[in-house]
Design a protein around this ligand. Structure first.
Ligand code: KG4
Ligand code: ZN
Length: 332
């Protein structure tokens, strides 16, 4: 079954063609980064307008690159939420029209479930059950995933998402947007333990996160120590990153132990952080727990993960009709 996937929940207009939920025939991503980075974050109104301009050419390109004709598409999957309403509306309305015109089934995909499904696109995906972390600019959620359709939410952030903390600290250090990749590369040569930033909510009984205290602590440090040199900036970046990674890793290990689970999968933009992946693998390996992370181009927002999730939904008859609408917030 060939599924056309469409993603437009934030600042990427993406389309992909995926066969049987596992083989990526094409995956096109039109990023709006250059526009939004001038403002230090995503401007919703601009995002919607740019999605509207990009959607048709991006879908055309995905179909062309896949080497198929429109007639060969068996189903359409588009992100229904969570995300920016105006942005979601562009991709989901396009998908509705496409599916209606061609009499195809339509899956309205939950973006968070899709990030977890990106693990299914790996050469060697994790077997069920596994602990999954979705860690991005908007979310930091831990799930116990027992089947392709069973996502038990174990914990989530009570304030900022981990990616949001990376972006805000980057802004404080005048490093630009998005902050994650810049902070990761600056941190590489520094001693992560030199500044001891706080680790929040490490209580074993809670799987929730909190990153706003860490963010304030970094702001205070920058103010008091008047961080200006490149080396001092890199030191703050390294110690901040270490605090985030420490919390994410500790919580994931606690969750795996609590569920007696031997597999952990990470997904979402922050999972592109290879320092995080490496440290997590080291700690998990000591307890015989295997760590799975998608290739970097599937960590951030993409449409291949939407098509992969849509394939499962359509195969099981979980489809949408023209009355279904997008949603900005969710709990899965
Ligand atoms: O999944 P994503 O592309 O979009 C959302 O759904 O939010 O995630 C974007 C987030 C941004 O906050 C960005 O700073 C972060 O992922 N990010 C990283 C890295 N690459 C992207 N954070 C830490 N280290 C990275 N290498
Ligand atoms: Zn995302």
């Amino acid at each position: 079954m060939i599924i056309l996937g469409i993603e437009s929940s934030c600042d990427e207009t993406a389309a992909a063609v995926v066969q049987n939920g596992t083989v990526i025939l094409s995956s096109i991503i039109a990023s709006q980064m250059d526009t939004h980075c001038k403002y230090g974050g995503v401007v919703p109104e601009l995002a919607s307008r740019m999605h509207a301009e990009a959607i048709v050419p991006v879908v055309d390109k995905a179909v062309q690159k896949a080497g198929i004709t429109m007639e060969e598409i068996d189903g359409v999957a588009a992100t229904r939420g969570p995300g920016l309403i105006g942005a979601l509306l562009v991709g989901f309305s396009f998908a509705k029209a496409f599916a209606w015109a061609r009499h195809l089934p339509l899956a309205g995909v939950n973006h968070l479930e899709a990030h977890i499904s990106s693990l299914g696109l790996m050469d060697k995906p994790p077997a069920f059950p596994f602990i999954a972390l979705v860690v991005s600019g908007g979310h930091t959620n831990i799930y116990h995933v027992t089947s392709p359709n069973a996502f038990e939410l174990m914990g989530q952030t009570r304030d900022d998402a981990a990616g949001e903390a990376f972006d805000k600290v980057s802004k404080m250090l005048n490093l630009g947007y998005p902050g994650g990749p810049i902070i990761e590369s600056l941190a590489k040569k520094m001693d992560p333990d030199k500044i001891k930033f706080p680790r929040s909510l490490l209580d074993k009984k809670s799987f929730d996160f909190s990153f706003s205290g860490l963010k304030s602590s970094v702001a205070r440090y920058i103010h008091v120590h008047q961080i200006e040199s490149q080396e001092d900036t890199a030191q703050v970046a390294a110690s901040f990153q270490a605090a985030v990674i420490d919390v994410l890793t500790t919580k994931l290990m606690n969750a795996a132990r609590f569920k007696g689970c031997k597999r952990i999968g990470i997904s979402g933009g922050v999972s592109a952080n290879r320092t995080f992946g490496t440290l997590l693998s080291e700690r998990a390996g000591k307890e015989g727990i295997q760590v799975f992370a998608p290739p970097i181009d599937l960590c951030g927002d993409n449409a291949a993960m939407i098509a992969a999730r849509g394939f499962t939904m359509i195969s099981q008859g979980h489809t949408c009709d023209l009355n279904h609408d997008v949603f900005s917030r969710t709990r899965i």
